[in-house]
Write a protein that binds this ligand. Structure first.
Ligand SMILES: NC(=O)c1ccc[n+]([C@@H]2O[C@H](COP(=O)([O-])OP(=O)(O)OC[C@H]3O[C@@H](n4cnc5c(N)ncnc54)[C@H](OP(=O)(O)O)[C@@H]3O)[C@@H](O)[C@H]2O)c1
Length: 268
């Protein structure tokens, strides 16, 4: 497979992994459509791409707003004959214990709206073009933490698990019509998203270029999953023994949190 000449729509491309993945894809000859809310940032990514000889278009949109999402999809479909790949990468993460979210149902609604509903919404809008073409690919971005259960991210992880489940249905229903579906399970990556949690300053993380390379690999090879051996082992263990695996890994996470907090306190 080759990304050259393919039209790739990538959401959340104003920052972090999405912005770098768009640049890497454009370098390999993809025509990239950049989607996010912040127009200035999108324009800056577009300038970087065109200065490197690539092709990029920007579509500022709030994907949690149905009218904005529909308008964005229509503009993309009007401007491009083909839509070869949709990368649903835009997301929001919340780190909060469930006991501190008892009066915060909106945490769950907000994460669901951007991480799941928006991704499904854009997929439904672009899918008819892919079916007309007789082929296409949807790449949905998830996290290693849905393969290995970690505490404190219930709203975020539930929304990513919903997206994974939708991905499986999409592949099961439309794989035979040329629609490939890939789920990418990132570990922690150093980006604006992970930097918002100050105790993660000392945590070893994947760098953003390598993470963006996973999206490029997904588009080039079109597998059902791109992830790490740790994630695969974690999901096997979880499927075999959900109770013990979930209970026994929690003390390790608590210990890791204590260690990171301790390292942070030494910075002060
Ligand atoms: N960083 C990590 O450690 C990590 C780990 C596992 C998985 N992931 C996943 O990797 C993906 C990229 O994350 P990142 O770390 O690169 O995050 P990031 O730098 O915070 O980027 C998030 C992107 O989503 C866009 N976005 C958020 N709300 C939006 C909305 N309502 N409408 C349109 N766009 C919206 C943001 O753009 P605007 O603000 O301009 O709208 C931004 O471009 C996400 O799916 C994330 O869940 C990240």
């Amino acid at each position: 497979m080759n990304v050259a000449g393919k039209t790739v729509v990538i959401t959340g491309s104003s920052s972090g992994i999405g912005a770098v993945a768009a640049r890497q894809l454009a370098k390999q000859g993809a025509r990239v459509c950049l989607v996010a809310r912040r127009e200035e940032e999108l324009a800056s990514v577009q300038r970087e791409i065109t200065s490197e000889g690539g092709q990029a278009w920007i579509y500022p949109a709030d994907l949690t707003d149905e009218a904005s999402l529909n308008q964005c999809a229509e503009r993309i479909l009007d401007a491009h004959q083909r839509v070869d790949v949709l990368v649903n990468n835009a997301a929001h993460s919340i780190r909060r214990p469930i006991t501190e979210a008892l009066d915060r149902l909106h945490d769950y609604q907000r994460t669901m709206n951007i991480n799941y509903i928006a991704a499904v919404g854009l997929t439904l809008k672009l899918l008819p073009r892919m079916l007309e073409q007789g082929e296409g690919q949807v790449v949905n971005i998830s996290t290693l933490s849905s393969q290995v259960p970690i505490p404190l991210f219930s709203a975020y992880l539930a929304s990513k698990s919903a997206l994974e489940s939708f991905s499986r249905s999409l592949l099961a229903e439309l794989g035979h019509k040329g629609i490939d579906v890939t789920v990418v399970y990132f570990p922690m990556v150093r980006t604006p998203m992970s930097s918002r949690t100050s105790i993660y300053r000392h945590m070893p993380m994947m760098n953003v270029d390598k993470a963006a390379g996973w999206i490029v690999k997904a588009v080039n090879k079109r597998p059902a999953r791109v992830g790490s051996p740790v994630g695969t082992l974690g999901s096997l263990a979880l499927a075999a023994m959900p109770g013990p695996v979930t209970r026994f890994t929690q003390p390790a996470f608590r210990q890791m949190d204590r260690m990171l907090k301790h390292k942070m306190s030494k910075d002060r």
